[in-house]
Design a protein around this ligand. Structure first.
Ligand code: TXA
Ligand code: MG
Length: 359
């Protein structure tokens, strides 16, 4: 594999250096691939109207060709070019949630190259709420096709270092704008079916969507039910093993004190087998686990349990750290499935390949 020189721009989101943003956008306009921060996770962008440029994204990530990309825009009127038709409901959703962590699936126009949509006749579109992302997209003056900026199958990047770790030498530039705020990807909402379907839970919650849409359906694949009854998820990306560290992850479910007791038993058992063991948990759970003997080799804490936003924003770093600490097996607690908790549990179940231990 040939390595290329990856330009690195460190940009302060509070006072973005427009010269550097311009330079990065110029690289993209010339057919290069550039990683940039959004409010959810880092994206790996290319000119969405240039099929050769988009092909470089798939190559750098090792992404399967049947997994379509999201088109990112800085202005709502750019959607006129990308969508064959914009239903009034779509306009409404854009007005209410953009810029923000909501991706809409609409009928695609002929301008959108097949490689972007993996041959589907729909297109995913989103306007991110991040000052650097918006300035970069504006400077690009083209819709930017961008998946998350990780190697395929790895947790999405929430800091610039994650991007460099996965993609340095494989992409043309990285715009590092520090830690992303949401920490999990956007909600993907399919507006081509009635009622609309959530294909991927994310930054905009089911409750928020219900308030506006009335009826909205969660794709059964989201809770992993397709594994049981053979359903195929409708967002192609959702069928792949994902977000997984190299360690084997297990979810431990139950009342907090029962979970702590179960963790103790599991740590003891796996340490006896000579494994390096980690625990992913809240601060409260850490407190309950502190007295256990032997101790696990590593803890990743996600903040206080009542702050699911904080938990979401720290989850991918925690999963990546399991590799940094060379863990063999990791036990993670579960979270209530309300608000962003639906997205947290979706990612945790995938990281654990649906292995759940009842405490
Ligand atoms: O927050 C995000 O959405 C981030 C940032 C960078 O914007 N992007 C992101 O992209 O997560 P990616 O490629 O990692 O995930 C896009 C998801 C995949 O599950 C893909 O299958 C689905 O959206 N998707 C894209 N186009 C689609 C389409 N036309 N129909 C159904 N699903 C689609
Ligand atoms: Mg992704």
């Amino acid at each position: 594999m040939i390595t290329i020189r990856t330009r690195y721009y460190r940009i302060d989101p509070k006072v973005p250096n427009l010269t550097h943003i311009q330079e990065a956008a110029e690289i993209l306009r010339k057919g290069g691939v550039v990683a940039f921060p959004t409010e959810t996770v880092y994206g790996l962008g290319a000119d969405g109207l240039n099929p050769e440029a988009v092909a470089k994204i798939f190559k750098a990530k090792g992404r399967p060709a049947d997994n379509p990309l999201i088109m990112h825009v800085a202005q709502q009127k750019e959607i006129d070019l990308l969508a064959r038709e914009i239903p009034p409901l779509a306009e409404r959703m854009m007005e209410l949630f953009w810029p923000g962590p909501l991706t809409l699936i609409l009928p695609k126009s002929r301008c959108v190259p097949d490689i972007v949509t993996a041959g589907l006749d729909t297109v995913a579109v989103r306007m991110p709420a991040h000052p650097i992302a918006l300035a970069f997209l504006k400077a690009a003056r083209v819709p930017v096709a961008a998946p998350s900026a990780n190697l395929s199958g790895r947790p999405s990047p929430t800091i610039g270092t994650h991007v460099l770790k996965d993609l340095a030498g494989k992409i043309d530039a990285v715009v590092d704008g520090g830690k992303t705020s949401v920490g999990l990807e956007s909600t993907v909402l399919d507006l081509t079916s009635d009622p609309p379907v959530i294909l991927r839970p994310g930054g905009v919650t089911l409750e928020q969507l219900q308030e506006v849409l009335g009826q909205v359906v969660l794709d059964p694949a989201i809770r992993g039910e397709y594994l049981i009854d053979g359903l195929v998820p409708r967002a192609p990306g959702m069928k792949y093993a994902h977000y997984a560290p190299r360690a084997k992850v297990f979810l431990v479910e139950g009342e907090p004190w029962q979970v702590a007791l179960k963790m103790k038993e599991l740590v003891e058992q796996h340490k006896a087998e000579g494994k390096r063991v980690g625990i992913i948990c809240t601060e409260e759970m850490l407190f309950l686990c502190r007295e256990m003997v032997p101790q696990p080799d590593h803890y990743e804490t996600l903040g206080p349990g009542e702050d699911l936003g904080e938990v979401a924003s720290r989850l991918y770093s925690a999963l990546r750290n399991c590799d940094r600490y060379h863990l063999d097996v990791v036990f993670a607690q579960t979270f209530p499935e309300n608000g962003i908790g639906v997205a947290i549990m979706n990612r945790l179940r995938k990281a654990a390949s649906h292995r759940v231990i009842k405490a």
